[in-house]
Every structure is written in C-alpha cells, then in structure tokens.
Design a binder for this molecule. Structure first.
Ligand code: SF4
Length: 442
C-alpha cells in the first residue's frame, strides 16, 4: 500500500544513537509523531525540526552525542535533545545554548510536547496511516522488544539506575500484544531486551494479565513460553545467571525459543566481581553454564567483559583467562575499563595503567578468539536454519540461531534460487573462519 502524503505535513529528522534499548525508545517516539501526522525527513536541512536521541553511558558515547547535536545545529538549527544524556542537561546547554529542548530518557510526553511547540502537528492527523506495529528503525524482519525499564542492581561502574531509575516491568499482556503485532507485520525474530531480563516482573510481584483468554504471569519463564508460541525466533538478551534461568534453558532445549543466551558476565574473578557489585551468584557461573549445556547441548552463550577494572590484579586477570578456557563461551565482546562520570567505580583503586589495560585486552581477545573459532568450526557439516539479513539474489548474508544481529557473526550463503531478506532458509555449513560461517542453501 502506498501511503498518501500531505504537502503540509511537518517534517522531522531523527538521529538515534546508543544501545538497542535507546533504539526502542526512538521507535516509540517516531510512532507517536507519525500518528500525529508528522513525516520523517532523511536530511536535517529539509526538516522542520531535528530530534537527537542521545547516549550518555560512556564518555565516548557522550562525545558522539555532542557531535551529533552539533551537526544538527549547524545543518538545521532547530534541535530537540532526548535520551540518556538529557538526564544531565548542563553539558548540552554549555555546548549548545540554543537547543530548543532537552528531555531525559523515557520522557516521551516531553519530547512530543517540545515537537508540538516547535512545529505544531498538521491540522488533520493521519492516524490511520500508521502501521499498527509502529515505525521501526530496524530492518523489517527483526525487532527489539523491550520488556522493562530501569534496574534494581547497583553495579559500581554503571549509572543507568541513576539515569533510568529502578526496574519497571511492562505487564506480560502488554509485551505479548506488541510481539503479536510485530509478528503479524512480518517480523521473524524478536530480540528481548531490558537492563536485567531475568529480573522481569519482580516489581510487579509477577502479577498476571489477560492475553488470548488466559492469565500470563509477568515472569521471565512464563513470558518466554508465551513468546515462544508466536511462531517467530525469540532471542534473549541481558540475562543474569540466576537459578530460575535453568527452566528457560529447558524451553530452549525444546525448541520453543532460540538456544541463545546473552549474559554480560563482565569478569570472573570473585574480588573484581565484588568490587563491580554484580548481580547473581557469579562465583558459581561456571557450574551454571555446564548445567545449561547439559540441558541444552546446542546452547550458544554470548557475553561481554571489562578488563582493567580498578583494582584488577595480574592474578585476577589470569583467573579470568583460565575461566574463559573452562567455560568456552561462543561469542564475546571485551571493553577496557573507562570511568563514567558519577559512577562509584571511579573512586576504587588502584586504577590500571592504560598500557596494562591494552595488553590485557589483547591477551583476552587472542585467548577468546581461539575458543570461539573452535566452537564455530564444530558446526561445519551441519544443516541449519539461517535468517537472511542482506541479499544479492543468489548470494546472501544471514545468521544462525546462535548469532544475534549487529553483535555476533554471520553466515555467508550461496543459493541456486534467489533468496530474499527475511527468508529463513536451510543451509549446509561448509567452512568457518574465526568469526563467520560459509555454506549453501539446500
Ligand atoms: S545490571 Fe548493573 S550494569 Fe546492568 S543496568 Fe543494572 S546496574 Fe547497570
């Protein structure tokens, strides 16, 4: 269907920076604006106003956000700033005193209010033009599904609870209805996100809500099982290793949701984990991972780590490397510790010198690369489903159930018949390099 266009509709240019969670916020804001008759502009200079959704997590992300605001000011001049960095407006005001408005994360109403003031909505809002699933910034075949906001943990390197507050979960029926709409609109893969997915529903005391004539509890397990009924791939991000996650891994073994779990371990040494104030009983995580692999042998475990955390000793770091050898994770990201303004970790010590951080990072990556490559090579010879992300017809790039978009590896696919983005095809895996797989559609 072609959407009618009004010449008078005000135009918005939108920049979305930061993590997948920020992307979901952007999608929500755009959906509202589109519902009110606003149109999206590809360029700042053709827009009536520019919205910049910022990320304020690390200093480097702040710098990127300030640069994006600067570009928007130069090319357009009417700029509204929202997102995590909006929680600390002084820095933005100091650099750009003329921005129209600054609002913090999740303040949809304030963003909409600022847009209305800057450029009022067209007289006749085209509410019925909005696709029921909303406007999505991600490709049509996958979508992020945010199940809660905020976080009850207080990790010492993180200021997210300060920016976003304590955990606020969405009722299960609300999440499931959004997921259903997405699947109806053609989404084949749902990426479940939040700050702490395994804590979902704690704030609601796991209250039930009505979905498809039955009550569903706001609980990680119950929500996972219900999402698994929708016929889409369901991928779990930001899970912590609590005992109740075992039952969710059983759903993975039964094929109801993808055999993939993204757990930001951040470290393995007990003293560093303690200084980081990480949630979950992280000292026993190696046992937990072994248990999960017993339940679901095909499980892929992805994680992120921080090296060079204040107080990390050579022994702590060696412990981490040994731990990597023991647990054999599939995919791993690693960051060098960077102080975040306002985080308690900045006052811990001693700080690790930059060259030591770099050296540890190199060793960490080298060690893990060999592990990941081995695990990937074991998959060669198998016939597996692959979801296609990019296609040139007879050659394409996609992902297995063990790889999430943007952060993990790809499968490079050749085919005798044309394949399209969003197709799920069966591929015989023929070879692997340290990051990616290669194969043919069968
Ligand atoms: S779990 Fe820790 S790192 Fe993650 S958002 Fe909560 S406080 Fe921050």
């Amino acid at each position: 269907m072609t959407e009618p266009v009004t010449r008078d509709a005000p135009r918005i240019s939108f920049v979305s920076l930061g993590c997948p969670k920020a992307l979901v916020d952007s999608e929500r804001i755009l959906t509202h604006l589109r519902a009110e008759g606003y149109e999206l502009s590809r360029h700042h200079d053709g827009a009536d106003v520019v919205i910049v959704n910022t990320c304020g997590f690390l200093d480097s992300a702040k710098a990127e956000s300030l640069e994006a605001i600067g570009t928007a000011m130069k090319q357009n001049g009417k700029v509204i700033v929202t997102g995590c960095m909006g929680a600390e407006p002084e820095q933005i005001r100091d650099a750009f005193p003329n921005v129209l408005a600054i609002t913090g994360p999740q303040q949809y109403e304030s963003v909409l209010g600022a847009v209305h003031t800057a450029v009022p909505p067209a007289h006749d809002p085209f509410i019925d033009l909005v696709p029921p699933q909303g406007i999505k910034l991600t490709p049509r075949h996958y979508a992020y599904l945010k199940i809660s906001e905020g976080c009850n943990n207080r990790c010492s390197f993180c200021i997210i609870p300060k920016l976003r507050g304590d955990l606020v979960s969405r009722p299960a029926a609300d999440v499931l209805r959004e997921a259903e709409r997405l699947v109806k609109a053609g989404v084949k893969e749902l990426l479940v996100i939040s700050q702490d997915t395994s804590a979902y529903g704690v704030d609601l005391k796991y209250a039930t809500s009505l979905w498809r004539d039955r009550e569903v509890r706001a609980k990680f397990l119950d929500l996972s099982a219900a999402l698994g009924e929708l016929g889409a791939w369901v991928r779990m991000h930001y899970v912590y290793p609590y005992p109740h996650v075992d039952a969710v891994v059983e759903l993975m073994a039964e094929g109801k949701i993808l055999p993939y779990i993204d757990i930001p371990f951040q470290h393995a040494s007990p003293s560093v984990l303690k200084a980081m104030r990480r949630p979950g009983n992280q000292e026993k995580t190696a046992d937990r991972i072994h248990k999960w692999r017993e339940i679901c042998p095909d499980l892929a475990v992805r994680s992120t780590f921080i090296v060079g955390f204040p107080g990390e000793t050579d022994e702590d770091f060696e412990f981490l490397l040994d731990w990597l050898d023991e647990v054999k994770l599939d995919r791993v990201g690693c960051f060098k510790f960077e102080p975040v303004d306002g985080a308690p970790a900045n006052d811990l010590g001693p700080h690790v010198p930059e060259e030591v951080k770099q050296h540890r990072w190199d060793r960490f990556m080298q060690r893990q690369q060999a592990i990941s490559a081995k695990r990937l090579a074991k998959k060669v010879g198998r016939r597996v489903p692959v979801i296609i992300d990019e296609s040139n017809g007879l050659s394409a790039k996609g992902r297995t159930v063990w790889d999430a978009p943007e952060i993990d590896g790809s499968v490079h696919v050749t085919s005798r018949r044309p394949i399209r983005v969003g197709d799920i095809v069966t591929v015989k895996l023929e070879r692997a390099d340290p990051y990616d797989l290669y194969g043919q559609v069968v």
